[in-house]
Design a protein around this ligand. Structure first.
Ligand SMILES: [Zn+2]
Length: 443
């Protein structure tokens, strides 16, 4: 596969590429599809963009090119939920497998988070993502104090500039939601706005403390007022708990409606939704539709953390009500989330791996409708990048070529030999090595 000879840019053809119809822009109309809904196409790349796209064999071309012989070609992936600032700290940090342990261990580790140290780890994460074919990442940045947030956003701005041609970056300020009830809320909003960022927060922590729902609603109102004033989108960590009482999703929907907030609002995790009685799921999703909410699920981390008890195998899968969210017509993306940190000791910023895990744990493979978009088109739309996560004429030629010739093969066999194309150019960067990282960090 690595011997596949991609011609040098600017102009070449890829013939007999197999692309899932759902990942074409516009979605496939009357072209012949195979049993999985994929289309065999010829495409022309010119000056970093897809210049032509037609059913295979229908266009005569003597352009230099590669015959892909039915190999799958996907748009590059979008990871709309990552935590680049705290990743890659194994073995310096040893997770205890619980959500609350993760908080406590991270607070201790933050003492080491000086700019040079964070840069090594964040760059490592970006190198992994880029080599795996991820071309946009929205990362949350811990913002529990203004000093920490300013340091992280400053470094983020440098990395965003340095990586602009390879991985597009967005940042979300994350802290307990009640920060919006203090002057820190406005300070963080101003900081996020200066970096074209997004407002975040963790809602269920407040709900769990003394059942403080009144304060939760007040904090949400303050958040939406600030987000409206600064014209920012909102991306929250919601209900990462099996506790049915710590259920803040309806509060978020009502607060958005109360505020007539017109920006995008993403609710990440929402895992206890899948434990609620059916009628609560139905009414909550009707409310979410009225409020035009979007959802993000991070299956790998949640399967690891939820329903964990010493000596006992988990009985619950720990993920959100994915099928019900999709059936309600609400956008559902998947994200990579924590990577080699105090919450989740594994991961490699490979969104194909995340997607494969999601499809299996959600059981959204029969039919596959809507599932393939969870790591491509859907997150791209949520983060306002309609040029990413799909393949269409005029869009950037950001592609991943797999040796697999069907979605089934793609999901069965490791795709370590994938070829990533960035704006028409083959990416030759190798995955960075864990042992080099450990040496650089003195671990
Ligand atoms: Zn997260």
């Amino acid at each position: 596969m690595q011997t596949l000879n991609i011609p040098p840019a600017p102009r070449y053809s890829l013939t007999r590429a197999r692309i899932p119809g759902a990942l074409l822009e516009p979605p496939v109309r009357d072209w012949p599809v195979d049993w999985e809904g994929s289309v065999l196409v010829d495409l022309v790349v010119d000056d970093g963009r897809v210049a032509e796209l037609r059913p295979a064999g229908t266009g005569a071309s003597d352009l230099a090119g590669v015959d892909l012989d039915g190999r799958m070609v996907w748009p590059t992936f979008v990871d709309m939920h990552a935590h680049l600032d705290k990743g890659q700290v194994i073995p310096r940090v040893r997770p205890d497998g619980t959500l609350h342990g993760g908080y406590a261990i991270t607070i201790g580790d933050r003492e080491r988070w000086v700019v040079e140290e964070m840069r090594v780890r964040m760059e490592f994460g970006l190198q992994c993502a880029y080599a795996h074919g991820v071309s946009a990442i929205r990362t949350h940045l811990d913002s529990v104090t203004l000093a920490l947030a300013e340091r992280s956003f400053g470094l983020f701005a440098d990395l965003r500039r340095e990586w602009a041609d390879r991985v597009d970056l967005q940042a979300v300020a994350i802290m307990p939601i009640n920060a919006y009830l203090s002057p820190l809320g406005r300070e963080l909003t101003e900081l996020a706005a200066r970096h074209d960022g997004v407002l975040g927060g963790v809602t269920d922590t407040l709900a769990l403390v003394n059942d403080a729902y009144e304060q939760l609603d007040e904090a949400l109102d303050a958040l939406f007022a600030l987000a409206h004033e600064f014209r920012l989108d909102v991306d929250l960590h919601v209900d990462q708990s099996s506790n049915l009482a710590a259920f803040t999703l309806p509060n978020i929907a009502r607060a958005k409606l109360r505020a007539n907030f017109e920006g995008r609002v993403v609710c990440g995790h929402c895992v206890n939704l899948s434990l609620q009685p059916d009628e609560v799921v139905d009414t909550t999703l009707a409310l979410a539709r009225a409020a035009d909410l979007s959802f993000a699920s991070m299956p790998a981390g949640m399967m690891y953390l939820m329903d964990r008890a010493p000596g006992r195998t988990p009985r619950w899968r720990g993920v959100t009500a994915a099928k019900e969210i999709m059936a309600a017509g609400l956008p559902l993306a998947v994200g990579g989330d924590n990577c080699r940190d105090a919450w989740f000791p594994y991961g490699d910023h490979d969104m194909l791996d995340t997607l494969k895990q999601a499809v299996r744990v959600f059981q959204t493979d029969d039919p596959m409708k809507g599932a393939l978009e969870m790591a491509t088109r859907t997150p791209a739309d949520i983060i306002r990048r309609p040029d990413l996560g799909r393949i269409g004429v005029g869009l950037p030629a950001k592609l991943v070529i797999f040796s697999a010739r069907s979605v089934n093969s793609l999901f069965c066999r490791d795709q370590a030999d994938r070829i990533v194309i960035n704006r028409g150019d083959r990416v030759l960067d190798a995955l960075p090595r864990h042992e080099d990282l450990a040496k650089a960090l003195g671990m």
